[in-house]
Each structure stands twice: as structure tokens, then as C-alpha cells.
Design a protein around this ligand. Structure first.
Ligand SMILES: Cc1cc2nc3c(=O)[nH]c(=O)nc-3n(C[C@H](O)[C@H](O)[C@H](O)COP(=O)(O)OP(=O)(O)OC[C@H]3O[C@@H](n4cnc5c(N)ncnc54)[C@H](O)[C@@H]3O)c2cc1C
Length: 474
């Protein structure tokens, strides 16, 4: 592995004046181990230090799934000089052909790590996104629209020197990643159906009858992961009791509500809206409904206008400004946290390991963080001995170190996402006093005492939590 890494050898590089650090660079913290890969570029052509390359055996990595985790890991593996193959069952889904799946929020923590993996690709991604973390972001009451608590996305990013949280179209993100990884690495129409983990290799079986051998297998095949089922047994994901409706509303830019990311809370329903640029707002309406509940005959838009009818104008306008045919409806699931994410030569990443509820918009960022920290462990392992000497036990130890590093953070975010969902089920902004119209009017203005207490608690705890989430892990 030392082969493709010109480790801390800037002085030896023949192209030193034009040398640029690529891939894993030194993070600002001194606690992070130093791993550099130097790619030296002379104008127009790229040069990888051949002397260091040699003909050593490369670690052969097989990845099941080419979503966010599979593609980012594929990129990190490629930039680290590993031999990687990503099997994706359906690239048209990754590219979003025929289906608009809307933008997602990428946190500073994930953007910083993307930069560390590949600065150029990270820049392209950020160029395609829309910064939201520099404006008002936080929780508000759904009926009044009043801010309940604001998150500071900006300060932790500035302090840490990492990019500011932004929204990006999921399909654009995946397209840029796919371009960077290359369609020679990402193999289409390749559904992983099984694998066998032997003492000296892992073999992956595809539904088209092909099979591939590698040193390790990464299960990045999402919520209903085949790799996870084969490792730990089949478990249905947990239905959250919420159906999520998503859409994009179009505004004249001068009438666009002024926030970056706003979560409107209500009882048994909540609504998330984010500015995605060019006068458009991406929104998610989470509604407590049975999973099998029928689709509204009045159409999703009319149903939502009715359901959110007594909420603030901001929310109602956003729904009204969305075309019915652009609204997507889907049940929301998560999976329980496990104590381990791998066994032998196999390890899970992203949603395959720990699918979380999307109410805080974190799952994709956490998946990117997973990719970075697993790659750090693999690089560290590759520095200790030649590839040909790396055993199953070495890989298993690297996986356990990765889990140790990640488990607390992932579990905390996973738990907070669940708590946020429970909070919506009991949320009550105003006291419901008296059946008389007079009292009803009055009750509208009396805030629920529980809310005041929660507010105080959140004002103290949330800034710390958000700091920690946004700044990422050292
Ligand atoms: C409504 C909603 C909103 C969200 N908003 C945000 C947000 O704003 N920010 C954020 O960070 N996260 C958000 N998330 C979470 C985020 O979408 C996921 O956490 C993220 O997609 C996980 O990436 P992944 O690669 O692990 O899984 P996936 O994105 O699900 O990718 C898995 C890939 O594996 C492929 N695959 C599956 N099985 C196989 C197989 N057997 N063989 C080969 N390929 C296979 C699939 O086709 C897919 O391409 C949201 C989620 C939802 C539902």
C-alpha cells in the first residue's frame, strides 16, 4: 500500500513545485493520524509516483451498493490506490432517471471529509449545492411559524475551518461521485445476492451468475441490505409510523421565505423546508399514518393543504406552490442499532449498518463519515505490512477499531433522530382550554408549559449537540 502513497515524501517528489496533496490529508487535529497521499501533477497530465508504486499486490475491495456510501467509499478506495469494484443493482436509480428524488442536506462534517478524500470532487459537489448553514436554521412552531430554537450551523464550521452546511440535489451528488469513481469501477446491473467469507478471501455472487473474489466486502446496500441479512439474519426495518411526502415549491425569489432550513413542529405531523436556491424550496411533510393507509383520492396536495390547513401561512404557501405530480409519498423506516457492523472480512457502512430517521437530515452525512474513517483504518493497516501478509484477523481488527471510533457518534445521532420523532407525537404548542369559542380564542395564545420547559432545555443542550454534529469527529 505504501506503493501508491508517497508518504510524507514531498521533498523527494520530482514535481514538487506543482505537487498537491490529494486524498487523505492531515486534519486539523493532532489526534488524527497523518495519512498523506501525494499526487504530483505536471501541467495537463497527472503523474503518480511510479517508484513508489512497484508491483505490490493491492488490497482488493468489493462494495455492494452504489448509493452515497458505496460511491464515496469507492472514491476513497480509488484515491488510496486500492483495487475496488462497486456492484450496483440499478444505476438508473442512482442517477435518478425518471425519478426526481430531491436534494439532501450535507453537513459541514461530511463536506470536510469529502474534501479530505478528494478536494476537486468536493469542490464540484459544493459548486452544485446551495449553502444554507449561513442563515436561520432550526425548529419552529408549525401553527405560529415562530422560531422555537435556532441552530448555529456557521460557527462550528468556521472554528473548524470546514465548508458550511448546504443542500444539494441527491442525483447531482451521485452523478458527480459516479463520474469521479468511473463506470469501469461501478458495475451496473449487478445485484449482490450472496457471498462466502473464506479464511483467505471473500467471494461475491451476483444475480446475473457472475462471481468476484476480493480481500474484503463492504455492504453499502442500504436500508434493506442483503449483506446485512446474510451476516446477521433477516430483519424487517422498523416502520416509523410516519409517511413522508416530499416536493419542491417554486417562488419568485423576492417572495422566498428567509431561512436556510426550518423544521415546523406539530402534533403527529411536522414539516421541513430548506432553501435549495433559484427561488426553490425543498420540503418534507411527515404525517403520522398507518403504513398501509390508502393514497388520498383528493390527491396528495389537496390532502396536505387540508391536513396543514391551520398551520402558518409559510407552510401552507409552500404546499400550494408545489405541483401535484412532483409530490412523492413514501413510508419512513429505520433499523435498530447493532453492537457490531461486521464479521470476518465483511463490514457494513451507511444505511446498511444503521439506517436512521431522516427528520434531522443526517443519514447521508453519517454515511460519508463512515467511509472516511473506515478508509483511515484500512490505510493504517496497509502501512503496517505488505498486502500479501494481511489476514482475516488483521481486517477484523481494523473493522473493530473502526466500530469503536464510530459507534458512540452514530448511536447518539440515531437516538436523537428517534427522540425527535417521539417528540412530534407528544408535541403540543398551546393549551387546549374550554369548549367555548371565547376560550378557544384565548387558548390559542397560551403556550403549553411543557413547551416552555422543553424550550429552555433545548436552548442549553442543542447548541452543544449541533456543534458536535457539525464539527464532526477527530
Ligand atoms: C425522505 C428522506 C430524506 C432524507 N434527507 C436526508 C438529508 O437531507 N441529509 C442526509 O444526510 N440524509 C438524508 N436522508 C438519509 C439518506 O438518504 C441515507 O442515509 C443515505 O442515502 C444512505 O446512503 P447509503 O449509500 O447507505 O444507502 P442508499 O442511498 O440507500 O444506497 C444503497 C444503494 O445500494 C443499492 N443496492 C441495494 N441492494 C443491492 C444489492 N443487493 N446489490 C447491489 N446494489 C444494491 C441500491 O440500489 C442503492 O443504490 C434522507 C432519507 C429520506 C428517506
Amino acid at each position: 500500500m505504501a506503493s501508491l502513497q508517497c508518504l510524507m515524501c514531498l521533498n523527494l517528489c520530482p514535481h514538487q513545485p506543482a505537487a498537491r496533496l490529494h486524498g487523505f490529508r492531515q486534519r486539523r487535529s493532532t489526534t488524527t493520524r497523518l495519512i498523506f497521499r501525494v499526487k504530483c501533477e505536471s501541467r495537463g497530465s497527472s503523474y503518480v509516483d511510479e517508484a513508489a508504486t512497484g508491483n505490490e499486490k493491492k488490497l482488493k475491495i468489493l462494495v455492494a451498493g452504489g448509493g452515497i456510501a458505496g460511491l464515496v467509499f469507492g472514491l476513497a478506495a480509488k484515491r488510496s490506490g486500492f483495487d475496488v469494484k462497486v456492484f450496483e443493482k440499478d444505476l438508473t436509480a442512482v442517477k435518478g432517471e425518471g425519478m426526481e428524488r430531491g436534494p439532501i442536506q450535507l453537513l459541514s462534517s461530511a463536506l470536510g471529509l469529502l474534501e479530505a478524500i478528494d478536494k476537486d470532487v468536493a469542490r464540484e459537489i459544493m459548486g452544485a449545492g446551495h449553502v444554507t448553514g449561513d442563515r436561520n436554521c432550526g425548529l419552529a412552531d408549525g401553527r405560529s411559524g415562530e422560531w422555537f430554537v435556532k441552530f448555529d450551523f456557521l460557527t462550528p464550521a468556521i472554528v473548524k475551518g470546514i465548508p458550511i452546511t448546504q443542500m444539494i440535489c441527491r442525483m447531482e451528488l451521485q452523478r458527480l461521485l459516479l463520474n469521479a469513481v468511473g463506470e469501469d469501477v461501478v458495475i451496473n446491473n449487478s445485484k449482490v445476492v450472496d457471498f462466502v467469507d473464506d479464511a483467505d478471501k471473500v467471494t461475491v455472487f451476483l444475480d446475473n451468475g457472475q462471481q468476484y473474489e476480493g480481500d474484503l466486502l463492504i455492504g453499502a446496500d442500504g436500508l434493506r441490505s442483503t449483506v446485512r441479512s446474510k451476516l446477521f439474519g433477516a430483519h424487517e426495518p422498523n416502520y416509523s409510523n410516519f409517511i413522508c411526502y416530499t416536493g419542491v415549491a417554486e417562488f419568485d425569489p423576492q417572495h422566498l421565505p428567509h431561512f436556510g432550513y426550518k423544521v415546523f413542529l406539530g402534533r403527529n405531523q411536522f414539516f421541513v423546508a430548506a432553501d435549495i436556491g433559484k427561488g426553490r424550496l425543498q420540503w418534507y411533510a411527515f404525517v403520522k399514518e398507518a403504513r398501509q393507509s390508502p393514497v388520498s383520492s383528493a390527491g396528495n396536495k389537496n390532502m396536505l393543504v387540508e391536513r396543514y390547513g391551520d398551520w402558518c401561512n409559510e407552510v401552507v404557501n409552500i404546499i400550494r406552490r408545489t405541483q401535484e405530480n412532483m409530490i412523492i409519498r413514501r413510508p419512513i423506516y429505520d433499523t435498530d442499532m447493532m453492537d457490531t457492523w461486521g464479521r470476518g472480512r465483511v463490514i457494513l457502512l451507511g444505511d446498511a449498518a444503521h439506517a436512521m430517521l431522516p427528520n434531522l437530515g443526517q443519514g447521508g452525512s453519517i454515511a460519508i463519515e463512515d467511509c472516511y474513517w473506515l478508509m483511515v483504518e484500512l490505510q493504517n493497516l496497509a502501512q503496517t505490512r505488505p498486502m500479501s501478509d494481511i489476514t482475516s484477523d488483521d481486517l477484523a481488527s481494523a473493522f473493530r477499531r473502526f466500530e469503536k471510533k464510530r459507534m458512540f457518534r452514530v448511536r447518539t445521532v440515531h437516538t436523537i433522530c428517534r427522540m425527535a420523532s417521539v417528540m412530534t407525537s407528544v408535541y403540543q404548542s398551546y393549551l387546549d382550554i374550554g369548549p367555548l369559542p371565547l376560550f378557544k380564542e384565548w387558548s390559542m395564545r397560551v403556550k403549553h408549559p411543557g413547551l416552555l420547559i422543553t424550550n429552555q432545555l433545548l436552548q442549553i443542550a442543542l447548541p452543544k449537540f449541533m456543534d458536535w454534529v457539525i464539527a464532526g469527529q477527530e
